[in-house]
Write a protein that binds this ligand. Structure first.
Ligand code: SF4
Length: 363
């Protein structure tokens, strides 16, 4: 006999079949039951608190050619930039003075000693200028284990390395099939990060061309198997200057990708109650209330953009990224208002570390 939605939600461990069924729900009442359950799980585990990560897009220089990405090396339309140290320190001090508690430093994937040193020194300088009161997440791609260890030692706390899809075949639909983009390297890098002592985050895109609900259920099971501490995932949004754009007419409609993303967040929260989950900017691109809806589906982290406005336009992984023209102080003030309106509280000046990480490392 077929299980009711509420029965599936009450399971200790959801099977792949259950996840597929829940992701495929089309009735508004059933979908809302899942979202409401996720919000209750969030309230009981990590609480209704939202952590801020001031996002600094340090550099859009990238050596890779992922087929979906607007700043891929092959896109010659992009003006390449790397922020000056002063710009990074100014953004970090802004975050510190506004009690963000935490930063994310994101770059395209670069390699070599020069890049390793740049990040290492920035970490040290940021901590000096902010009295070691900010926690820092890095998102700088695949690196050798020793580079990860250096960055950890220099003061990085968390690392986000999105796998984008855990299905190997689909992975090579959205990446070149060569040694430079090998699926196995991605997995290995995630293991190195874990062994280096980071709070480890990964994530996927939702609604990729050819992606099935089974693929997405496998992604959710992968996060559990990898025992990750945080996840950043959101809808796939096509970028016109990329090879994957040729499949744009095969995509699910944006509304469907958005709703599927909310269900993914909700099911992740239900199955991994103590991890940090970001309410991604991509959600806001597809729905003006996307960020709030992500929080109400179980997410507990938002990332206000602190990149100088003049450079932000050059860091577009996908089309129509929101808030390209708002300066940090404007978007931060409005964020505080919208977050309290939905009954959540910002954890000002709190590091916002993953409770899942604390629990797994306390064992
Ligand atoms: S997704 Fe990341 S690694 Fe891939 S091309 Fe874009 S910035 Fe580079």
């Amino acid at each position: 006999m077929k299980m009711q939605v509420s029965e599936m939600l009450a399971q200790q461990k959801m099977t792949k079949e259950m996840l597929v069924e829940l992701l495929g729900l089309t009735g508004q009442t059933d979908r809302q039951t899942v979202l409401d359950h996720a919000l209750a799980v969030k309230a009981a585990s990590v609480g209704r608190k939202v952590y801020l990560r001031g996002l600094i897009e340090l550099s859009n220089v990238c050596g890779k050619n992922c087929f979906y990405c607007g700043i891929r090396a092959g896109n010659k339309q992009v003006h390449r930039y790397t922020l000056a140290e002063k710009e990074v320190i100014d953004a970090a001090v802004f975050a510190w003075k506004h009690q963000f508690g935490s930063l994310v430093i994101q770059t395209g994937e670069q390699s070599g000693e020069g890049f390793a040193l740049l990040i290492e020194q920035l970490l040290i300088r940021i901590h000096e200028h902010t009295r070691h009161e900010l926690t820092i997440t890095l998102s700088c791609g695949e690196q050798p284990a020793e580079v990860y260890q250096r960055w950890k030692k220099a003061g990085a706390d968390r690392y986000l390395l999105r796998i984008e899809t855990t299905n190997r075949q689909l992975y090579y639909t959205i990446h070149p099939n060569d040694a430079h983009h090998a699926y196995e390297n991605r997995l290995e890098a995630l293991h190195h990060l874990r062994n280096s002592g980071f709070q480890v985050g990964t994530g996927v895109m939702i609604g990729l061309p050819g992606q099935t609900l089974e693929n997405l259920a496998d992604d959710l099971l992968f996060f559990q198997k990898m025992d990750v501490d945080m996840v950043g995932m959101g809808p796939y949004i096509e970028h016109a200057d990329t090879p994957l754009y040729s499949l744009a007419d095969t995509l699910r409609p944006p509304k469907e990708r958005f709703e599927l993303s909310l269900l993914m967040i909700a099911l992740l929260r239900i199955n991994m109650p103590y991890i940090n989950i970001a309410s991604s900017t991509a959600l806001e691109t597809l729905d003006p209330l996307g960020r709030q809806k992500g929080l109400l589906a179980g997410a507990n982290v938002v990332m206000p953009n602190l990149t100088p406005v003049s450079d932000r336009v050059n860091y577009q992984l996908y089309n129509n990224k929101p808030n390209l023209d708002k300066d940090a102080s404007t978007s931060t003030a409005s964020l505080n208002t919208v977050i309290s309106e939905i009954g959540e509280t910002i954890g000002f000046a709190e590091p916002g570390n993953s409770l899942h990480f604390k629990r797994r490392t306390a064992k």
